[in-house]
Design a protein around this ligand. Structure first.
Ligand code: FES
Ligand code: FE2
Length: 372
């Protein structure tokens, strides 16, 4: 990993001509798919109970269900018989039974029963694909790629999630944009103008950043330059993010395919909160992603303060998120209208994260068109 920002360079803005464009011959980033050989959350654990639920990764539809043992299984969401979604079926013990002719499937996707087929008659079809599943941090993760890679691919390590000193706020929602817009949005803190109505005038200063083959990490110093300050933001940062005399250090990291953000207030040596996010493409063209976020907040020392602060923090983060969503969805609409990426990016670390996302992703397959 190399430090790509020289000490005197506060902005990191590239000066040389030609630094703004996509590398010659490089694939348009918005046509690059998220690499399937990773663990992706596709549902909240709390949403997978007695009934099967439909989930998706990049146009691959899955049926999730929790068997009697408590384990969650993920099957291709189509019955091998007549392609009816298995997510419309019913759970029986550890099996999932299709709603139509009642074929039953094991958690490994193999057919366990065709009720009306006498024993020994014919050979049952092969069944459907099963995906490796893990449950952690209140999320159901699946491994949509090569199952042989699943075991050796680690889940994210989030010790704060189960630490008694922290409480976690969970986010789950769909945003209508390619996942790369989300990475760029969070890493480029020069967009604080967008949030001026919510957080006041925050002045971010890039302290430096490092880029590697799979990651980009940026550190910003945040100072408040006046204007409105939000109570939610203040509570979130304990002393107040951008409080009148404060200078907080925010570290944002894309480590493929996830993103994290931590905030260390001035006069502190550890983060007051950490955010972990995954952007999971939903449709085959990956122009829509599902955002799963875990905001792990250190509990204040005053008993009960967290309970009081909780709704304010929720409201503040939702307002900031709504503004970000407005911007990234507008970016996606522009891409859709123009049919290509015509951005003129001037911030080197964003050029670097684009390269990380491009080189670690996979080209999107052309869509199969229905015949007829
Ligand atoms: S379509 Fe599923 S059992 Fe017939
Ligand atoms: Fe933002």
């Amino acid at each position: 990993m190399t430090d790509t920002t020289s000490p005197g360079d506060a902005t990191g803005i590239a000066a040389q001509d030609g630094a703004y464009a996509r590398p010659a011959g490089a694939l348009d980033l918005r046509r690059v798919g998220a690499h399937p050989d990773n663990w992706y959350p596709v549902a909240l654990s709390s949403g997978v109970r007695g009934k099967p639920v439909a989930a998706t990764f990049g146009g691959e539809r899955m049926a999730l269900y929790r068997g009697a043992s408590g384990a969650v299984h993920a099957l291709e969401d189509r019955c091998a018989h007549r392609q009816v979604p298995l997510s419309m079926g019913v759970v029986e013990g550890e099996a999932l039974r299709c709603c139509y002719h009642a074929w039953a499937y094991r958690g490994d996707g193999r057919i366990s029963q065709i009720p009306y087929l006498p024993k020994g008659v014919g050979r049952p079809p092969r069944g459907v694909r099963a995906y490796p599943v893990r449950e952690a941090y209140g999320l159901v993760f699946v491994f949509p790629g090569d199952p042989a890679q699943a075991e050796a691919t680690p889940l994210p390590d989030l010790p704060e999630y189960s630490s008694p000193r922290h409480r976690t706020m969970t986010y789950s929602r769909t945003v209508r944009c390619h996942y790369s817009f989300m990475h760029e949005n969070l890493l480029d803190m020069n967009h604080q103008f967008l949030h001026r109505g919510v957080v006041g005038r925050l002045r971010p200063q890039l302290l430096g950043y490092e880029a590697g083959a799979r990651s980009v990490e940026a550190r910003y110093l945040f100072t408040h330059a006046g204007g409105r300050k939000n109570r939610g933001a203040g509570l979130l940062a304990a002393e107040g993010i951008g409080g009148s005399n404060s200078a907080d250090v925010m570290t944002i990291r894309t480590e493929y395919p996830y993103q994290t953000l931590t905030l260390v207030p001035e006069k502190s040596d550890h983060p007051v909160f950490s955010l972990w996010v995954a952007y999971v493409p939903e449709d085959a063209e990956q122009r829509t992603c599902h955002v799963y976020g875990l905001l792990m907040i250190e509990k204040p020392r005053v008993p009960g303060a967290m309970r009081l602060a909780w709704p304010l923090i929720r409201r503040f983060t939702e307002r900031v998120f709504a503004e970000d969503r407005m911007a990234v969805e507008a970016e996606q609409r522009a891409w859709d209208e123009q049919g290509e990426d015509r951005n003129h990016e001037v911030f080197p670390l964003i050029l670097d994260v684009r390269e990380v996302l491009r080189s670690n992703g996979v080209p999107l397959k052309p869509l199969a068109r229905p015949c007829g």
